[in-house]
Design a protein. Structure first.
Length: 311
């Protein structure tokens, strides 16, 4: 009996060492998202001392709130949220707080509650500003003074959509560019293709720039442009710009279809692990952490850069 109880104690102690995490992921809508999921799943492994409960919320906010409540019921040690939309969070974050479970937010922001311990991600407005500034320099260099833009936005209400829209619009307004239309493609390739097909019908011959709020939307838009017998990229009639900088975007630029992509870094797993390890030791963590990001266009040695891309 003494042996059995010792074994039970040992098992309890071992269990106690495992850090239980619930991750309410946005979905699986893009290459970027796959890289984000892989980053979390590879660091929060059993071998690294974690028990990861992962929920793919399939871009459905109700499912995401339910996932967080499920993690509270399971009494996890930490909850990670990549919020599909930036509002509607205060009640459930209050529930996390009352249950004593620290929440770490990654990538997209929560804008109507501060009841989380830390956020790490991108400055989406800066990404939109950078895309606008790049387009200004590019059109100036090419002597294009009439800039007529169609925007394919990301998921409505996501901070990535809001920031990229605001940043790009600021530069467009400052330069008197014409934004003909701005509709959501929900951050998917199918969405980008569908919106572009409808834009081609409605704005035939009226536009020379397409801004897609992620690379996958751009892949769909480029397919629609080609299917309509039109050309894009540095040697084509339509300039196409996107965000994320996934490997396939480099392939698209090398193929001469995409002009430029503005980086959004998805590799947050190790960053969150560092935050959790600090919290485990009782150390302070930063509330807000922005990651550094770059951009890439067809003037660069893309073959060489692609060799070292992690996602
Ligand atoms: O929140 C980050 C954005 O979400 C990425 O740009 C996009 O690919 C993803 O769907």
């Amino acid at each position: 009996a003494a042996d059995a109880s010792d074994a039970a104690d040992a098992a309890d102690a071992a269990d106690g060492d495992v850090i239980k995490i619930g991750f309410a992921q946005v979905g699986h809508e893009s290459d970027w998202r796959t890289a984000s999921t892989n980053s979390a799943q590879s660091i929060f492994s059993a071998e690294n001392g974690y028990d990861l409960q992962f929920v793919d919320c399939d871009q459905d906010s109700a499912v995401q709130l339910e996932a967080v409540r499920g993690f509270i019921e399971q009494d996890v040690d930490y909850i990670i949220i990549d919020p599909i939309v930036s509002t509607g969070w205060d009640t459930v974050l209050t529930e996390c707080e009352e249950a004593g479970i620290p929440v770490i937010v990654i990538d997209r922001t929560i804008d109507d509650s501060d009841k989380y311990i830390s956020w790490v991600g991108s400055n989406f407005k800066n990404e939109g500003l950078a895309a606008g500034e790049w387009l200004k320099a590019y059109t100036d260099a090419k002597g294009i003074s009439d800039v007529n833009v169609l925007v394919i936005e990301g998921t409505t209400g996501a901070s990535a959509q809001i920031g990229r829209t605001d940043g790009f619009k600021e530069i467009a307004d400052a330069n008197g560019w014409n934004i003909l239309d701005s509709q959501t493609g929900d951050f998917t390739q199918a969405g980008g293709q569908e919106v572009m097909e409808s834009y081609i019908k409605s704005y035939e011959g009226q536009f020379n720039v397409v801004v897609c709020q992620n690379d996958n939307e751009a892949f769909g838009a480029i397919d629609a442009i080609h299917a309509a017998g039109k050309t894009c990229g540095p040697d084509g009639d339509i300039i196409v710009v996107s965000f994320d900088s996934v490997k396939a975007a480099f392939e698209s630029m090398i193929a001469g279809d995409l002009n430029a992509t503005f980086e959004c870094n998805p590799l947050h797993g190790p960053r969150v692990a560092e935050i959790i390890q600090k919290l485990e030791k009782g150390e302070e963590v930063e509330k807000i952490q922005y990651v550094d990001e770059a951009y890439f266009d067809t003037s660069m040695d893309l073959e060489e850069i692609l060799k070292t891309r992690a996602y």
